[in-house]
Structure formats: structure tokens, C-alpha cells
Design a protein around this ligand. Structure first.
Ligand code: PHE
Ligand code: ZN
Length: 877
């Protein structure tokens, strides 16, 4: 029985803590089912004289409490399922608490749990209270000293945060004592104990301090940590060079675990990673995995300053650390892999996940005003929109002033738990300007719609741009205010050449205008010819833009916008229009794409992106009501038409690369240039495959052997997966055989098997629905392992729209069943799938009713977790 009471936590109810915990000593006697944890807390009253001491704790067996060495009677305190309250306490005292917990039974993967026979922890956001009673809130910062004791056999490594200050033996057991000299909130606590392999290296900081680097992995996996180690050292250097931030301990550790709810966690000095975001070698991971590993390593490392040294006052400020850290890791990736390509990928991700969230019933501000379970707010809005806001601030003040503001932020808030207001104050401090208007981006939900209407007067050579913004109402926020929108824009002539203009007495070809009100007019002088307007360059603000323009202008930008982001954007915008208008033909589009592929000034990674058509979810965002079958049919038909129109070109290009690949003697390199070449070749393969629709036998046969060859002649996982996906796209006779072959090759590699499961779940063939059901009965399927469960269930619901939205409603039933199943033991992970039903009101019938019925069935289930009921309830509201 769950005893949880649904009571929302509100930002306006924030109260500073009544007690400070200057010192925290923890002792762990590790045992699979009866771990004993004792905490010795040094407390000091900083609030009201009468305030009782309220500690938070969940699922703990209390063994005893003593105050200043005196054991308390049960009448001295009160225990509820969520708290331990001691009414009468002095102003300064020491409290000893002993509890017992059961890590083996803990399948929530929060608090202390076991994964592959090892102990590990996950405390963000509110997991520490499952370890021991504590003021488990981010604004209570304490100095931690941790003793970890376990049997020597099976648990050779005993790790926690900070520096190892003592270790020893005690019969069959041994212990290690760790001290973290930095004050930190409990959510950054970590402990790992067990058998591990370690890859060691070192890094010398800019000021000459040597830091030992250790990455711990499953035994036998050490070589696969080499790429993560390299990415870590590059991250450390980058943060010194770009932000002037150095690492602050003598030791930095990362541990990879198999069972993890999220990607990775920035615990002070002891990051814990989902193994899928750490282990890499050419035979088991793809280029995309390398890219993600690089960025997540950077992300968690960067948290050491944006998150750990400066943490959050309360969880409403979550994006203070997450938005900023995502923005920082995006900057790192851009420097490693190219700005334009990185920007396009980041915007694609923003539009794929954050825009739908902001347009549906789960819309919430980047700083929410209330929540039931904070776990539910690790969302695309907080991460990705949060990062966009930092990016707009940087665009607005410029890179030098941005750096000064960030220096000011880290210096003035170091060692504290800060708010978004503190962040904006640093921009005010270095500019002398009022940044209050920017706070609206944090407190107002919904994606602003920006419209730009140009009118050109040839006589006066003047271009007048009428700009307007509007944000539609979102749940609980009916009235919206204008937000400052930085609009970077430039002009080109119809043949694609940059066009200069005069603004504020200066002649330029690019300018930045900030739209602060609902409407404004911008006048550009000395515009020699009727121009093509390239607005919102590099996606200078996270808005939905409607630019009044001719298709010819879009084609001009597709062929030659000086801003590569807008070049890609113009292509996407044309493709969306052509796909959704039932009469659109691909001929002109194919010509522009042909020219782009032949352009030697563009890099391969960019070309690979521009070959990729808007996804079905992209199209679903602009079609009302959403008809998934229509979108799928139209997109497939357009892609086939494009493929046919360009077939000889793409085949020739593909073959050229294929020869080059087969001749290449160079070993695999995951660097950006090599990855870009592979991405382009694989994009060409994918586009070729699209012509299977209505193909004659000769073409069909050709595609079959191309797909098979690609698969069989692969020398790395990137190409192998591309081959497998090509085979899946054809869905011919050899699909099952190829899957079997793949399985036999990798059945002992769990991370590769995840790809095998996911590839099947994402195959856009109606048969996939039955296949996915069968996969959940596969001996290698285990719903308790989040990576495996997500590989099948999430991949299906989020990345296979045409089958998930099958008119029968069976896809919805399947997903609802899975959410309910996993909610019984891992609410955090289960709840994150609810969003696939979020936009049901936008769907055509029968989808809307069937999705609604699935949500209603979820919500009507007894003993639902707070996590799932909060999201299902909101989705239905
Ligand atoms: N703080 C982690 C990150 O973004 C995410 C996370 C949240 C991990 C909650 C685990 C649990 O880096
Ligand atoms: Zn983070």
C-alpha cells in the first residue's frame, strides 16, 4: 500500500531552513538486505527559536536516535512515513541517528541500491532521504566524512566523494574513509562498493595541480573507457580555457553502472554514469554514441562548477544548474565538432521534445511554480529551453560581456545555493542594465510565435520589417506577456549573394534586433534590390517563426544562405510544406539538394543533416488535427519521390564513398570529420532505400543487395546499424535472418542488444506492433533494467509514430500496460513515458479518444505512484 499524500510543493511557500548542518559523518556497514547507516550531524539553529527539527526519511527502519550522546525515548520524537521530528532541541547539538535499509530490494534505483552485485547510490533529487534521516534539501550544505565498510571478498573498491583519508582492514571486512572538503547538499552524495576495473590517468590543471583521474567499469571493460577518459581531459581543458574554471579536488572519479534511471549524475568528485553513456569502442557503439558520450562526460564534469560549487536554493531553480550546464556542454561540443552542425542538432532536439511539451497539457515554465514530484521536472523544458535562455543572454550581451557575467556569477555565488535572480544579477552587475524582462522567459510557459512581415520599397531602397510576438495560453497561465526576443537577421539577393544594408548609420550584412514589445518595426536602409530575408539566424531565439516570403526566397536560402543554420532551416521548411500539401512535388527540392550535395565548401556532417527530411513528429507539430497515417504516407511518398529523382546521383556518390571505405587502411577514428563522412554515406543509403515504394523488381533487388552488402561489409557499429536499418526499412525476406545474425554476434553484449531491441521497435512496419509484444517475452528482456525497457518500450512509443498510433489503439494499450507494470517498482522511469499521450487533444479521431481512454485507465489504477498520477492527471486536465 502506498501511503503517499498528493500535496503540491509551491515556490511561494519556500522557507529558509531552520537548522544548519555544518558537519555530517556517515558510517555504512554494507549488507545486501540489512545495511546499517549511522549519521552524526552537527546542527545549529539559524531559524526560529521554537522551530522543531524536522528530518526527512523514507522507507527507513529507525534503530535509534541520540542527542548530544543521550539516547532519546520514542516519546521524544515523532516518526511518519516521510519525516522524523524532534520537538525540543537546543540551538547547537549533535545528533546520532542509526537506520537500517535494504539495498537489494530497492528497484526504484534511488537511494542506495544494488546493480550487478555492486552497491551504488542515486540521490538527486530526493534519494538521500532513502538512505538516512536528513534535511534532504539543496539549500542545506554540509561537510561530509564517510566511512564505508564491507566484506573484502566481492567488494574490493569502496568509493565515496572527495579524498581518501584512511583505509584499513578489520578481519574479513575492510573500510575506507572519505572526506569531501567542499560543502555540498545531500543530493550530491555518492557511494559505490564492489568489484571494478579501473582506467587511470592524470590531468594537470592550468595552475599546475595534478589531478588523478579514475574511471571504474565492469571487469574486462577497461579499454572501453579510453574514449570517455579522453573526453574528460578535453572537457577539463576546455572549461579552463573558455570559462576560466579549474577542477578543485586531487581526484576525479567516474563509475559506470548498468542500472540507472537517467543518463548520468554529477556527484561531487564521483560521477556515476549509465554504462551506455560511457563505454565505447568502434565495434559496439555508433558515432552518435561517441558524440553523446563526449557531451555527457562534459556535462557532468561542467556541473562541478555549475551545480556543485554553485548549487540551487530549491528544486524550482533546477534549470539554474541544468540549463546553464547544457548550454556549456553544447558550447564544448560545438568547439569539438563544428558550430553549425552542433546548432542544427541542438535545435532539432529542442523542437522534437521541448516544443511539443510546451504546446501541450504538460507545459510548464522553465522555473515551475509547483510540483508533486520533482522527478517529473527533469524535462526538455528545464534542460533545453533553459539552455536556450542562457544562449539568448549570451547573444544579447556578446561573448566578452557574457564571460564577465559568468565570472561574476561563479565568484559571488561560490559555496552557496543560488536562484535564477542571482544569475541575472550577474548580468546586471557587469552591464548596469535591468535584466528583469529576461526573467519572463523563466516564469512563462509556452513557445512564443514570432511573425515577420517584410515590405520593400524599391524607390527609397528601404526594407521595413513588421515584427510581432504572441504566446498562446498554457495550463494555469492564461495571460502572457511579451518576452525579449533577440532576432539575428541578414539579407541576401535572390541569387544567394549577401546583401548589405544600413542600420544606425552603419553598413552591415547582418544585425541583431531585440523585439521587446508585442510589436515593433525595423527599418533597413540602402537595400539595393528586393531582398531575401534570412531571419532568426543560428536560431537566435527558441520561438516559432512565421516569415512572410515566397517559396523562391526559401530556395535561395536553401542554396546559399551565409548562415548555415538557416540554409538547413530553409530546406526543412520547404520540405514540410511540400510533404503536407498533397499536391507538392519534389522536383525543385531535389534540384536544390543535388546542388547542395555537390557543394565542396560544405562539410559531410552538414550534408548528412540536410538530406534528413523533417521527422513525422516534426510534421505532427504543424498539422491539426494530427493524422499519423496521413503524415507517414505523405512523408514516405515524398521521400520516395526525392530518392527516385536523385537516385543516380546518390548512388554514384554512395559508391564513391563505398570504394573509399573499402580501400581505406586507416583504423577507425571517432573524430568529427570521419564521423561526418560515415553519416553522409549512411544518409545516402537511407535515402536510396526510400525508393522501394512502388519500385520495380530490378530496383527492389538492387536495394536488397545494397542493404545486405552494407550490413555485411561493415567494420564498425555505425555502419552495421545503418545496414540493419536499411534491411529493416525494406522489411523483406531477409529481415529476420539479419536480425538473427546480429543477435548471435552480440548476445553477450547487453549494450549492443539494446540497439538490437530498439531497431526492431522503431521499424515503421505495421507488423512491428506484434513484434514489440513478442520482444517483451524475449529471454533477454527485463523490464526492471531501465536501459532494456527503454530500448523496447520508449523507442517504440517515441520513435515509431505510425505504428504506435495504429488506429486499432493497440499501441496505446501496450504502452499503458507497460507504464503500469514499471510503476510498481520504478515510478521515476515509468512516469517519463506518460508524455507520449500528452498531446492527445491535437489528434484526429479515433486517436484522441483512444489516447484519452489509455490515460484514464492509467489514472484509475489503484496504488498509482505520485509520479505517474501527477503526469497522467495533468495530461488529462
Ligand atoms: N543531474 C543529472 C544531470 O543532468 C540528471 C539526473 C537527475 C540524474 C536525477 C539522476 C537523477 O546531469
Ligand atoms: Zn545536468
Amino acid at each position: 500500500m502506498r501511503t503517499e499524500i498528493a500535496r503540491p510543493i509551491r515556490l511561494t511557500d519556500y522557507k529558509a531552513p531552520d537548522f544548519r548542518v555544518s558537519d555530517t559523518k556517515l558510517v555504512f556497514d554494507l549488507h545486501p538486505t540489512e545495511t546499517k547507516v549511522t549519521a552524526t550531524l552537527t546542527l545549529e539553529r539559524i531559524g526560529a527559536a521554537e522551530a522543531p527539527l524536522v528530518l526527512l526519511g523514507e522507507r527507513l527502519k529507525l534503530l535509534g536516535v541520540s542527542l548530544d550522546g543521550r539516547a532519546l525515548e520514542t516519546s521524544d520524537y515523532e516518526v511518519t512515513p516521510e519525516t522524523l521530528t524532534i520537538g525540543d532541541v537546543p540551538d547547537r547539538f549533535t545528533l546520532d541517528i542509526a537506520v537500517q535499509i535494504n539495498p537489494q530490494d530497492n528497484k526504484t534505483l534511488e537511494g542506495l541500491y544494488m546493480s550487478s552485485g555492486r552497491y551504488c547510490t542515486q540521490c538527486e533529487a530526493e534519494g538521500f532521504r532513502k538512505i538516512v534521516y536528513f534535511p534532504d534539501r539543496p539549500d542545506v550544505l554540509s561537510k561530509f566524512t564517510v566511512t564505508v565498510r564491507a566484506p573484502k571478498a566481492g567488494f574490493p573498491y569502496l568509493l565515496s566523494n572527495g579524498n581518501l583519508i584512511d583505509a584499513g582492514e578489520d578481519g574479513d571486512a575492510h573500510y575506507a574513509i572519505w572526506e569531501d572538503p567542499f560543502f555540498k547538499p545531500s543530493y550530491l552524495f555518492a557511494l559505490v562498493a564492489g568489484e571494478l576495473d579501473v582506467l587511470e590517468d592524470a590531468f594537470t590543471t592550468a595552475s599546475g595541480r595534478k589531478v588523478d583521474l579514475k574511471i571504474y567499469v565492469d571487469t574486462g571493460m577497461r579499454e572501453r573507457a579510453a574514449y570517455a577518459m579522453d573526453a574528460l581531459k578535453r572537457s577539463m581543458r576546455w572549461d579552463e580555457e573558455v570559462y576560466g574554471l579549474e577542477y578543485d579536488l586531487d581526484l576525479f572519479m567516474i563509475v559506470a553502472v548498468r542500472d540507472f534511471n537517467f543518463g548520468a549524475m554529477e556527484n561531487k568528485g564521483l560521477n556515476i554514469f549509465n554504462a551506455s553513456l560511457l563505454l565505447a569502442d568502434p565495434d559496439t557503439v555508433t558515432d552518435l554514441d561517441y558524440e553523446r558520450i563526449e557531451s555527457v562526460i562534459a556535462h557532468e564534469y561542467f556541473h562541478n562548477w555549475s551545480g556543485n560549487r554553485v548549487t540551487c536554493r530549491d528544486w524550482f531553480q533546477l534549470c539554474l544548474k541544468e540549463g546553464l550546464t547544457v548550454f556549456r556542454d553544447q558550447g564544448f561540443s560545438a568547439d569539438m565538432r563544428g558550430d553549425a552542425v552542433q546548432r542544427i542538432k541542438d535545435v532539432k532536439a529542442l523542437r522534437a521534445r521541448q516544443f511539443p511539451e510546451d504546446a501541450g497539457p504538460l507545459a510548464h515554465p522553465v522555473r515551475p511554480s509547483s510540483y508533486l514530484k520533482i522527478d517529473n521536472f527533469y524535462t526538455a523544458t528545464i534542460y533545453e529551453k533553459g539552455a536556450e535562455i542562457v544562449g539568448m543572454l549570451k547573444t544579447y550581451v556578446g561573448p566578452e560581456v557574457y564571460r564577465k557575467a559568468l565570472d561574476h556569477y561563479f565568484q559571488t555565488n561560490d559555496g552557496t545555493a543560488a536562484t535564477l535572480e542571482d544569475f541575472l544579477k550577474s548580468f546586471e552587475a557587469v552591464t548596469g542594465e535591468d535584466f528583469a524582462p529576461w526573467l519572463k522567459w523563466y516564469v512563462q510557459a509556452g513557445t512564443p510565435h514570432l511573425s515577420i512581415t517584410p515590405s520593400y520599397d524599391a524607390e527609397t531602397q528601404r526594407l521595413t520589417l513588421a515584427l510581432a510576438q504572441v504566446t498562446h495560453p498554457t495550463p494555469a497561465q492564461a495571460n502572457k506577456h511579451p518576452v525579449p526576443i533577440p532576432v539575428r537577421l541578414g539579407l541576401l539577393s535572390e541569387d544567394g549573394a549577401p546583401l548589405t544594408f544600413t542600420i544606425d548609420g552603419e553598413t552591415v550584412s547582418d544585425t541583431l534586433f531585440v523585439l521587446r514589445e508585442a510589436e515593433a518595426e525595423l527599418v533597413l536602409e540602402d537595400v539595393a534590390v528586393a531582398p531575401v530575408v534570412s531571419a532568426l539566424r543560428r536560431f537566435s531565439a527558441p520561438v516559432k517563426l512565421t516569415l512572410t516570403e515566397l517559396d523562391a526566397h526559401k530556395f535561395a536560402r536553401f542554396r546559399g544562405d551565409a548562415d548555415p543554420f538557416n540554409r538547413w532551416e530553409a530546406a526543412q521548411s520547404l520540405a514540410k510544406d511540400l510533404i503536407l500539401s498533397a499536391t507538392g512535388t519534389a522536383a525543385a527540392y531535389a534540384e536544390a539538394l543535388r546542388a547542395t550535395l555537390a557543394d565542396d565548401t560544405l562539410d559531410d556532417a552538414f550534408k548528412a543533416l540536410i538530406i534528413g527530411l523533417p521527422t513525422e513528429p516534426d510534421l505532427a507539430q504543424i498539422l491539426t488535427p494530427v493524422d499519423p497515417a496521413y503524415i507517414h504516407a505523405r512523408r514516405s511518398a515524398f521521400k520516395a519521390e526525392l530518392s527516385n529523382a536523385l537516385f543516380d546521383d546518390i548512388e554514384a556518390l554512395y559508391e564513391r564513398f563505398e570504394d573509399e571505405r573499402l580501400e581505406a587502411q586507416a583504423p577507425f577514428s571517432p573524430d568529427a570529420k570521419s564521423a561526418g563522412r560515415r553519416a553522409l554515406r549512411n544518409a545516402l543509403l537511407d535515402l536510396m532505400m526510400a525508393s522501394h515504394i512502388d519500385a520495380d523488381d530490378a530496383r527492389r533487388e538492387k536495394l536488397n543487395w545494397r542493404a545486405q552488402y552494407h550490413y555485411q561489409l561493415s567494420h564498425n557499429m555505425t555502419d552495421l546499424m545503418a545496414g540493419l536499418n536499411a534491411v529493416a526499412q525494406l522489411h523483406g525476406e531477409d529481415y529476420d535472418g539479419t536480425l538473427e545474425h546480429f543477435y548471435d554476434m552480440f548476445k553477450t553484449e547487453p549494450l549492443v542488444l539494446d540497439k538490437w531491441f530498439a531497431a526492431q521497435a522503431m521499424c515503421a512496419n505495421p507488423e512491428t506492433l506484434n513484434r514489440v509484444r513478442r520482444l517483451t517475452q524475449h529471454p533477454d528482456f527485463d523490464a526492471r533494467v531501465p536501459n532494456r525497457w527503454r530500448a523496447v518500450v520508449q523507442a517504440f512509443a517515441a520513435n515509431n509514430p505510425s505504428v504506435f498510433h495504429d488506429v486499432s489503439g493497440q499501441g496505446y494499450d501496450f504502452i499503458a500496460d507497460q507504464i503500469l507494470l514499471v510503476d510498481k517498482f520504478n515510478p521515476m522511469t515509468a512516469a517519463r513515458l506518460v508524455e507520449v499521450f500528452g498531446g492527445f487533444k491535437r489528434y484526429a479521431e479515433p486517436h484522441a479518444s483512444l489516447m484519452k481512454a489509455a490515460l484514464e485507465r492509467i489514472l484509475a489504477t489503484p496504488d498509482l505512484s505520485k509520479n505517474v498520477s501527477e503526469l497522467a492527471g495533468k495530461a488529462l486536465a
